[in-house]
Design a protein around this ligand. Structure first.
Ligand code: ADP
Ligand code: AMP
Length: 215
């Protein structure tokens, strides 16, 4: 199963990817997670990427394309993968196509999560994640059993720096300008499957599983 999850920030890509990982035992490849790890480790790439991320902009294509190209060649991707947050621009989508062609692979589907803008802001401002294991929560829609504590590992829940309202507005504008054109791109490639991302987390998951089983 070789999938792309497409959608604006807060659409539920990471939440759905985590559930699909369990179900299909294939890796989630989140460029956002990989970049945040590079920022934490203060690698040269992380230091450069941080400026773009803090402003809510996109990290340059060549940086992200390089990370994904390397990642897709690792052994754990041989039976499939879930791309979460990549591609985000047309050049990234072209590079993905080329990388997969070089590996003798092709995408099975691009799942596009459709969510209203007002809901996205509420989702992002209420998003929390575990500082230790990375598990995601929402203070209202997917709360932990004990406030601010991870159910899975008892780690502390934290809020991402870029989930502040001012940065969120920028990220939405960037999405509409640079990422939304990928809907047409994948529609033309006959890979696009739209899903109502406004539904409850478990209902969205059922819709996605329905699409994948029908394919
Ligand atoms: P993305 O990876 O697309 O940026 P996330 O998966 O991190 O989005 O989801 C953003 C926030 O919204 C998280 O706090 C998550 O718990 C919550 N969330 C995800 N899907 C839904 C949903 N269908 N309904 C309500 N909240 C959701
Ligand atoms: P995400 O975790 O997917 O919301 O990504 C967080 C931030 O990382 C984004 O706002 C961008 O600055 C950067 N980022 C993640 N994925 C990409 C990508 N494919 N292209 C460019 N920048 C990215």
């Amino acid at each position: 199963m070789k999938l792309v999850l497409l959608g604006p920030p807060g659409a539920g890509k990471g939440t759905q990817a985590a559930m699909l990982v369990e179900r299909f035992a294939i890796p989630q490849i989140s460029t956002g997670d990989m970049l945040r790890a590079a920022v934490r480790e203060q690698t040269a790439m992380g230091i450069k990427a941080k400026e773009y991320m803090d402003a809510g902009g996109l990290v340059p294509d060549e940086v992200v394309i390089g990370i994904v190209r390397e990642r897709l060649q690792l052994k754990d991707c041989k039976d499939g993968f879930i791309l979460d947050g990549f591609p985000r621009t047309v050049p990234q989508a072209d590079a993905l196509q080329q990388t997969l062609a070089d590996l003798g692979k092709d995408l099975d589907a691009v799942i596009s999560l459709q969510v209203d803008i007002e809901a996205l802001v509420e989702r992002l401002t209420g998003r929390r994640s575990c500082a230790d294991c990375g598990k995601g929560y929402h203070i209202k829609f997917d709360p932990p059993t004990t406030a601010d504590i991870c159910d899975a590992c008892s780690g502390k829940l934290i809020q991402r720096d870029d989930d502040q309202e001012a940065t969120i507005r920028n990220r939405m504008a960037v999405y509409h300008e640079q990422t939304a054109p990928l809907e047409d791109y994948y529609q033309q490639a006959k890979l696009l499957k739209s899903v109502d991302g406004m539904a409850d987390i478990s209902v969205v998951q059922e819709q996605i599983l329905g699409i994948l089983q029908a394919d």
